[in-house]
Design a binder for this molecule. Structure first.
Ligand code: CAA
Length: 263
């Protein structure tokens, strides 16, 4: 079901899973201010529907997930406007990262610059074997501006981040998988199915537990080990009192499928 149709973003949902498609194929889905603004508006709208338990983000067309921030529009901006634009991009990435449900990037082609940063803001990256990744900003005299310098280190370590960001090298999906950037590889024709299946797998789990796990995992990147461990215990105890915890454990002991209600 289409729940929102904007020129630059197509949003739909089916059952428990919503899908966002970046829709500027002629520009290889480059992120202009309209796309970034739409992401900021769309995610809270999607999440108003309590039924939604996972979101997939992908790019329109065969060629690109997202080929980066929009170089044409960026090149026209003065110091004030570029600051607003980078802020907007950072907010959009944060909106994805902090969404209450897991977000899966289904990367079908080029994921470069801001496009790779978009994928990095997602919880899971599933890529077609034909996808290509890179942070080529140094070719343009800039550095990543939508969180890439930080999130690439968190995901792949400082060595890989240095190598990719300092050289602008473009790598294959297979290599991206090898360095831990990509979580799952799919044949190009199967990408959407694999992403949907993974989203359904997550959607079938106890929603409060998935949400709690996402929050605590994110905290590991934003807080010290000790406060992260404290948060883990708090969240664990909170979830232990939930209806779904009782159902999950009973279902295990009774050797049946659990029926989760999100309470
Ligand atoms: N911004 C705006 N338009 C873009 C774009 C981008 N990032 N990437 C591609 N396009 C446009 C091209 O201008 C072209 O438009 P026209 O047909 O109107 O000329 C169209 O998409 C198709 O692109 P190409 O003809 O270049 O296609 P190709 O197959 O020859 O090359 C590519 C594909 C290797 C991805 C190449 O387009 C490319 O290098 N793109 C730029 C990648 C890049 O540098 N990204 C980083 C941007 S900076 C950034 O993201 C900063 C940040 O972190 C905030």
């Amino acid at each position: 079901m289409a729940i929102m149709e904007e020129e630059c973003l197509k949003v739909s949902s089916e059952g428990l899973v919503a899908e966002i498609v970046v829709n500027r194929p002629k520009s290889l889905n480059a992120l202009n201010a309209d796309v970034l603004q739409s992401i900021n508006l769309t995610i809270p709208k999607i999440l108003k529907n309590e039924q939604i338990r996972a979101i997939i983000i992908r790019g329109e067309g065969e060629k690109a997930f997202v080929a980066g921030a929009d170089i044409h529009s960026m090149s026209q901006l003065g110091p004030r406007a570029i600051a607003d634009y980078v802020e907007l991009g950072q907010r959009a990435m944060r909106c994805i990262e902090a969404a209450r449900v897991p977000v899966i990037a289904a990367v079908n082609g080029y994921a470069l610059g801001g496009g790779m940063e978009l994928a990095l803001a997602c919880d899971i990256i599933i890529a077609s074997k034909a996808a290509k990744f890179g942070q080529p900003e140094v070719n343009l005299g800039i550095i990543p501006g939508f969180g890439g310098t930080q999130r690439l280190i968190q995901r792949c370590g400082l060595g890989a981040a240095r190598r990719l960001i300092l050289s602008g090298e473009i790598i294959s999906a297979e290599e991206a998988s090898h360095i831990g950037l990509v979580d799952k590889l799919a044949e190009p024709a199967d990408l959407i199915t694999v992403a949907q299946q993974f989203a359904q797998t997550i959607a079938a789990k106890a929603p409060l537990a998935v949400r709690g796990a996402k929050d605590v995992l994110r905290a590991s990147q934003e807080q010290s080990l000790l406060s992260g461990l404290r948060l883990e215990v708090e969240k664990f105890l909170e979830l232990f009192g939930s209806v779904d915890r009782e159902e999950g454990m009973n279902a295990f002991m009774q050797k049946r499928e659990a029926k989760f209600v999100g309470k």
